[in-house]
Write a new protein. Sequence first.
Length: 94
Amino acid sequence: MSYTRITIMSGSPVTDELIEITKTKYMPAVKAMGAIACEVVQTGPDSSVLIATYADKAAADAVAEKAAALRAEGQEEFKGDVPTVLEGEVIVTM
């Protein structure tokens, strides 16, 4: 089963600049870490959720330190709050 890491980000306005940097810098980095899918959903004017899916838990665990470093870099770049991270095995898809 696939495994998903969900990063909840807030405290920084979602601007065109933030979206562009996410597309050109952070999404490619997540893909380079082995994510098989990645989406960012805007949940408010200053909040978003990044959903990265990996082939399995082992693949996600193998890049956990790199993912944490990338989150810290994004937090510093965008001056946001400390992200909340949730993760687990995907149990139902459609």
